[in-house]
Design a binder for this molecule. Structure first.
Ligand code: PLP
Length: 406
C-alpha cells in the first residue's frame, strides 16, 4: 500500500501554515526537518510532567526519565540494527559525533605522518574536525574526488588507501549533490587493509533503512533534527570493541567511575562518552520520531521517495536554462541547480515570496562548489511529506523566476 501523504502532512503542524499568504512549500529538509505532533507532544510532556536529571537520582521522576532515556537508546539501536545498545552514544548532533571520533580516535591512533582519507563531497563537519586533528598530530588529509555526475571516483580509492591511512571518513549521502555513495565497496576495500570506516549518515537515515551490521561500518552518525526529532541531539554508533579501546573525549559527571585527586577511572560504555547532563529530552524526542517513522513505514517512505526523485528530475530537466549539479544514479531527494545568468540568491528571494522555501549557498560543502567553479547552488531537499504537486509548483515558480529576471 502506498503512503497517504495528505494524512501524513496533517501530522506536521508547521506544514499547515501560510507564508506571504501562500501555502508553505517547505523544501529545505536537508537543513532541518519538521516535527510530527507526537514529537512535539513528547517534548512538551517531558517538560510539563517528567523532567528530572537522569542516572543520578533514585527518586520517582529521575528513575522514570532514566528508563525512558535508556529505552530511547534501545530504539536507536534497533533502528540502525546495532548489535548492542552499548554501541549507541547520544551526542549533540552529527557534528558533535564527528568531533568525538576525530578527537578520541585521533588521540589514540593517529600520529605524525599518518593519513586520514575523506571525500571531496563531505560536509564541512566531516572535513574540519579531521583537519584540526591533522594539525594537532602532523597527519595529512587525503581526498577521494568525485566525477562530473557527482559520483565518487572509486578507481582512485586503491591508490589513496595506503599503509599510513588510519581511518576513512565518508558521507553516506551528499547534502549538496544528492549522491548515495557506494559505501559497502569502500568499507570492503578499507577493511582489506584493516582500516576502519566512519560513515556520516546525516542525510541518509531520513530516507530509508540503515543497517550498520550489514554495512559493517565502524562508526555511523546522524543528527536528530534532520530525522524529524528535536534539535541539539544526535547519535554516534561505534563497534563495541573499537569504542572500548578509545579514550573519552570529554570529562565530567556521569562518564566517571571513581574520582579522586590522584586520578579518575571511567564509566563503562556507552556512558564513558556521555559527560555531563545528557540531552535526555532530545534523545527521547528522537526515539519518538523513529517510532513515528516505523508507524508510517520505512520501506514505503523509500518507495515513495523514489517516485518523488523520478518526478522531480524529469521536471527539472524539462526547464531550459536550468543546470543540475549532481546526477548520480543512486541518489536521495536532494537537488542542486542553477539558472543561467541568474544569481541564485535573486531566484531564492523570488521563490520565497511564492511560499517556496529552498536553500541557496554552499550548503557547507565549499569544496563541492570549488569543483564546479561556482559560488553556490539553489537546493531543493525533499522528504516523504513533500508532494508531486509541490514539485510542480516549484518548477512553475522557477519558470516565473526566469521570466521575471531575464
Ligand atoms: N553531515 C551532513 C552530510 C550534513 O548535511 C550535515 C548538516 O547539514 C551535517 C553533517 C551536520 O549536521 P549538524 O549540523 O546537525 O550537526
Amino acid at each position: 500500500m502506498g503512503l497517504n501523504i495528505e494524512q501524513i502532512r496533517n501530522d506536521f503542524p508547521i506544514l499547515q501554515q501560510q507564508v506571504y499568504n501562500k501555502p508553505l512549500i517547505y523544501m529545505d529538509n536537508g537543513a532541518t526537518t519538521h516535527k510530527p505532533q507526537v514529537v512535539i507532544d513528547t517534548v512538551r510532556e517531558i517538560q510539563e510532567k517528567q523532567n528530572s536529571s537522569i542516572h543520578r537520582g533514585i527518586h520517582y521522576l529521575s528513575e522514570q526519565m532514566t528508563s525512558r532515556y535508556e529505552a530511547a537508546r534501545e530504539t536507536v539501536r534497533a533502528f540502525i540494527n546495532a548489535a548492542s545498545s552499548q554501541e549507541i552514544i547520544f551526542t549533540s548532533g552529527a557534528t558533535g559525533s564527528v568531533n568525538a571520533v576525530a578527537f578520541s580516535f585521533g588521540e589514540k591512533y593517529v600520529s605524525d605522518g599518518d593519513e586520514i582519507l575523506i571525500s571531496e563531497m563531505e560536509h564541512h563537519s566531516n572535513i574540519v574536525p579531521w583537519q584540526m586533528l591533522c594539525e594537532r598530530k602532523g597527519a595529512q588529509l587525503k581526498v577521494i574526488p568525485f566525477d562530473e555526475n557527482g559520483e565518487l571516483q572509486l578507481d582512485r580509492l586503491d591508490d589513496l588507501l595506503t599503509d599510513k591511512t588510519r581511518i576513512v571518513a565518508l558521507t553516506h549521502a551528499s547534502n549538496s549533490l544528492g549522491t548515495i555513495n557506494p559505501v559497502k565497496e569502500v568499507i570492503r576495500r578499507a577493511h582489506e587493509r584493516e582500516i576502519p570506516v566512519l560513515l556520516d549518515g546525516a542525510q541518509m537515515v531520513q530516507h530509508g533503512a540503515v543497517d550498520v551490521r550489514e554495512l559493517d561500518c565502524d562508526f555511523y552518525l546522524f543528527s536528530s533534527h534532520k530525522i524529524f526529532g528535536p534539535t541539539g541531539s544526535g547519535v554516534l554508533y561505534g563497534k563495541e570493541a573499537l569504542l572500548e579501546e578509545l579514550p573519552p573525549y570529554q570529562g565530567g559527571g556521569d562518564m566517571v567511575d571513581q574520582v579522586t585527586f590522584e586520578g579518575t577511572t571511567y564509566n563503562t560504555l556507552p556512558f564513558k562518552f556521555e559527560a555531563g547532563t545528557s540531552n535526555y529530552t532530545g534523545a527521547i524526542g528522537l526515539a519518538t520520531a523513529l517510532d513515528y517513522l516505523h508507524s508510517v513505514g520505512i520501506e514505503e517512505i523509500g518507495r515513495y521517495e523514489q517516485e518523488l526523485i523520478r518526478h522531480t528530475m524529469e521536471k527539472l530537466k524539462g526547464v531550459d536554462r536550468l543546470k543540475i549539479y549532481g546526477e548520480a544514479k543512486h541518489r536521495i531527494s536532494v537537488f542542486s541547480f542553477l539558472l543561467e545568468n541568474i544569481h541564485p540568491y535573486d531566484a531564492d528571494m523570488i521563490l520565497d515570496k511564492m511560499g517556496i522555501a529552498v536553500r541557496t549557498g554552499t550548503h557547507c560543502t565549499q569544496p563541492v562548489m570549488d569543483h564546479f567553479g561556482i559560488s553556490g547552488t539553489i537546493r531543493a531537499s525533499l522528504v516523504f511529506y513533500n508532494t508531486m504537486e509541490e514539485v510542480d509548483q516549484l518548477v512553475e515558480g522557477i519558470h516565473r523566476t526566469i521570466q521575471m529576471l531575464s
